[in-house]
Design a protein around this ligand. Sequence first.
Ligand SMILES: C[S@@+](CC[C@H](N)C(=O)[O-])C[C@H]1O[C@@H](n2cnc3c(N)ncnc32)[C@H](O)[C@@H]1O
Length: 219
Amino acid sequence: MKRIPEPQLMTNPEQVSAYALADFEKPHSNFIKLFYDKFPESEVRGKAIDLGCGPGDITFRFASEFPEIDIHAIDGSGEMIRYAKMLISSMTGIKERVQFLQTLLDEYSPDCKYDYIISNSLLHHLLDPMVLWKSIDRFCKAGSKIFIMDLFRPESLEEAKSLTDKYTVNEPDVLRNDFHNSLLAAFRADEVRGQIRKAGHDLSVEKVSDRHIIIYGSV
Ligand SMILES: C[S@@+](CC[C@H](N)C(=O)[O-])C[C@H]1O[C@@H](n2cnc3c(N)ncnc32)[C@H](O)[C@@H]1O
């Protein structure tokens, strides 16, 4: 099935609040678990960047799990960043270590290099996926670790519909439509491998569920 891109930024207030209120407990707790599996070293410390952070759930979980991490979390949508800042304002213990910033990925020029790049569900939003892989050179130093999770595109429209029914059954229509469109916009694992090769990186790509892949490794 051919990829059907979706709009890059999530800016519609109804869409943003449905996304922020959705139950992502399973995939997002799995994000942290898989990070541990792939980087089983005892100390996770330093600076991390969360790319396409949305309303911040992955950022909050990563900051809570790793108390010696400072995180910059970026998103091009002002509505998402507003939501994330509102949510974190009452989170003592992490709010001092997290900075949310509204910026497009390719326009962000940090004044530091990061020890970790993390990202969840950004890749399938990008019109040009190479923007993500090129950011690794700009944001990382030798030894930085990359951990990215995203959807992969199903084989057929019927499979996309059945995954949508399976995983968004109790969600509002706006979220069901978003999830369905995201599946159609996602890249297949072999396409992601090609992108990474083209960017000159050596990262692993693995399917970890019926809809998710992870991309991980050190640079
Ligand atoms: C599906 S959401 C994922 C949010 C969050 N990472 C999570 O897992 O809950 C994708 C986010 O990427 C943002 N985004 C898309 N393209 C972007 C770009 N080029 N630069 C920065 N953010 C972008 C969107 O605005 C949206 O908030």
